[in-house]
Write a protein that binds this ligand. Structure first.
Ligand SMILES: NC(=O)c1ccc[n+]([C@@H]2O[C@H](COP(=O)([O-])OP(=O)(O)OC[C@H]3O[C@@H](n4cnc5c(N)ncnc54)[C@H](O)[C@@H]3O)[C@@H](O)[C@H]2O)c1
Length: 439
C-alpha cells in the first residue's frame, strides 16, 4: 500500500480540492485533528485565497483546478480531500488514487453507479485508504443508539420509522434556488440529502435492504403555485413581506450571527454587507421567487425498505418542516427507542403495565449548528487521518463498499419511484443493476 510519508509521528498532509463550504469546514477539522493542509485547488479567487491564508499556504501550493494540482500533490500530500460538487468527485478520486494518494471524499461518491464503480476500482487497485463522509455513522449519538440495540434493550428490531426534516428555508435555499435544485446538475434529493439516512439505517439495522419502493414528487415549488401578483424576484415582489420563502428576510436575518453569516449567507454573497446582499438578490440565483426557479428535485418523498430478515423501515424526507435533527423511532420485540438527535428515550414493555421510560441526553457538540452532524464530521475525519497514519482502516465506518451498498439502495429507490414499482436491490458486492421484484 502506498502511504506517502504519513506515519503516526508526522502529521498527515492533505490537499484540498474545492474550498467551498465543506472544503473550508473540513480543512479546519483536519487541522484540529492533527492533520496539515498543504495545498488547495479552487477556481474562486476569494475562496482559494481565504483557505490559503488560514492554513499558511505559499502561492506555489495554490491552484485553480484540481487537475493543476496533480503533479504538486504527488510530492507534497499524503491524501486529498474531495469537496468539489457531486459530479466532480469521480475523476479526481481516480486520478489521485492512481498517484497513490489516500482519498477522503464528500458524499455522494458520484451521482451514477458507473462513476462510483470507477472510484472503487481505482482505490482498490491502488490500495489506498478511502472514506466517504457519512458523518451520521460517526456521531456519539449513533453509538448510544447502537449500543442500546446491541445490548438487547428493545429485543429484536422489527421496524424503524425515520424522518429527515430538511426545513422550509433550508430546502428553498439548497434545493429550490441553490446548488442541488436540478437532478442533472447534481443528484436526486434522495442522493443529495438522504444517502446519509439510507446508509445510517443499514448501519443501525446491520443489514442491507433487499427490496425497496418509493413515492414522492415536486408538489409545491412550481410555477403553478406562484401566487397571483407575485414577481419572479423577491426584491420586486409586493407579496414578499408575507411570503414564507422571502429571500431578503431569510438572508438579512443572518447578519450579526457568525454561524449563519457563514452558512447560508456566504453562499449567497461572499461580501457580508447589505449592499452586496442586495446586489446578489437582484441578480443571482438566491433572489429568485421559489415558484419561478428551474428546480426539478422532489420536495417530499417516502421510501419503504425491506431488509429481508423480518425488519422493515420507512424513510421520509420533506421540505415542509422546521429545520431540525433527524427523528427516528425504532420498534423492537420488547421495547422501543425514540430519538431526535439530542435525546434518546427507551421504553421497555417488559414492565407492563408500568412501562419504564429511560431518557438519555446526548450532549450536542456543534461547531455550526446541525451542519457538523453532531460531531460526526469531526469524528469521521479523525478516523480517516488515523487510518492513513497507521495503515489500520478498522476505524473507518464508511469505506468504499459500505458507501456503494447504500448508494445502490438510493439508486434503486429512485428507479422504483420513477417506474412506480417495487425493486429488488442488487447484492452490494456483485450484481450490476436493479431488477423488478417478483410480486
Ligand atoms: N456530508 C454532508 O452532509 C454534506 C453537506 C453539504 C454538502 N456536501 C457535499 O460536499 C460537496 C461540496 O459541497 P459544498 O456545499 O462545499 O459546495 P460548494 O459549492 O460550496 O463547494 C464546491 C467548491 O468546488 C469548487 N470547484 C469547482 N470546480 C473545481 C475544480 N475543477 N477544482 C477545484 N475546485 C473546484 C467550487 O468553486 C466550489 O468552491 C458536494 O458534493 C456536496 O453534496 C455534503
Amino acid at each position: 500500500m502506498t502511504t506517502g510519508n504519513a506515519s503516526p509521528e508526522s502529521p498527515v498532509r492533505v490537499a484540498v480540492l474545492g474550498a467551498g463550504v465543506r472544503g473550508r469546514d473540513h480543512s479546519r477539522r483536519i487541522r484540529s485533528s492533527g492533520g496539515l493542509i498543504t495545498a488547495v485547488a479552487e477556481p474562486d479567487d476569494l475562496r482559494r485565497e481565504r483557505l490559503a491564508a488560514e492554513h499558511g499556504l505559499p502561492p506555489e501550493a495554490c491552484f485553480r483546478d484540481w487537475r493543476d494540482l496533480v503533479e504538486h500533490a504527488a510530492g507534497q500530500a499524503d491524501a486529498v480531500l474531495i469537496t468539489t460538487q457531486d459530479d466532480d468527485h469521480a475523476d479526481p478520486c481516480v486520478r489521485f488514487a492512481e498517484l497513490g494518494l489516500h482519498i477522503l471524499c464528500e458524499k455522494p461518491m458520484a451521482p451514477t453507479e458507473p462513476d462510483a464503480a470507477r472510484m472503487i476500482a481505482a482505490v482498490e487497485r491502488a490500495g489506498v485508504v478511502f472514506a466517504v463522509l457519512h458523518p451520521l455513522r460517526y456521531m456519539p449519538y449513533t453509538d448510544v443508539v447502537k449500543d442500546l440495540i446491541r445490548d438487547g434493550r428493545i429485543g429484536e428490531i422489527v421496524n424503524v420509522e425515520h424522518l429527515e426534516p430538511v426545513g422550509a428555508w433550508h430546502f428553498a435555499h439548497s434545493y429550490v434556488r441553490g446548488n442541488w435544485r436540478r437532478e442533472e446538475e447534481s443528484s436526486s434529493l434522495l442522493m443529495a440529502k438522504c444517502c446519509h439516512d439510507i446508509d445510517w439505517l443499514s448501519y443501525l439495522i446491520e443489514a442491507q435492504p433487499v427490496r425497496v419502493a418509493s413515492f414522492g414528487g415536486l408538489r409545491h415549488f412550481t410555477r403553478d403555485n406562484q401566487p397571483a401578483g407575485a414577481a419572479d424576484r423577491c426584491l420586486d415582489c409586493a407579496l414578499e413581506p408575507d411570503c414564507p420563502f422571502s429571500a431578503p428576510r431569510l438572508y438579512r436575518s443572518c447578519f450579526g450571527d457568525r454561524d449563519r453569516e457563514y452558512w447560508p449567507l456566504s453562499v449567497v454573497t461572499p461580501t457580508l454587507t447589505e449592499g452586496a446582499l442586495r446586489e446578489a438578490l437582484a441578480t443571482g440565483p438566491y433572489g429568485r421567487c421559489v415558484y419561478a426557479c428551474d428546480n426539478d428535485v422532489v420536495d417530499h418523498q417516502v421510501v419503504a425498505l425491506d431488509y429481508g430478515n423480518g425488519v422493515t423501515a420507512t424513510h421520509t424526507v420533506t421540505a415542509f418542516t422546521e429545520m431540525g435533527h433527524r427523528r427516528t423511532r425504532i420498534f423492537g420485540t420488547h421495547g422501543s427507542i425514540e430519538c431526535d438527535g439530542k435525546q434518546v428515550v427507551v421504553h421497555d414493555f417488559r414492565g407492563h403495565p408500568a412501562v419504564a421510560a429511560t431518557t438519555i441526553e446526548v450532549p450536542a457538540r456543534a461547531e455550526h449548528g446541525v451542519a457538523d452532524h453532531g460531531d460526526g464530521d469531526r469524528a469521521a475525519i479523525a478516523a480517516f487521518l488515523t487510518a492513513v497514519a497507521t495503515g489500520d482502516t478498522s476505524r473507518i465506518r464508511s469505506g468504499p463498499r459500505e458507501s456503494l451498498a447504500s448508494h445502490r439502495v438510493v439508486w434503486a429507490a429512485e428507479q422504483a419511484r420513477h417506474d412506480n414499482t417495487t425493486l429488488t436491490v442488487p447484492d452490494p458486492l456483485r450484481a450490476p443493476a436493479c431488477t423488478t421484484a417478483a410480486p
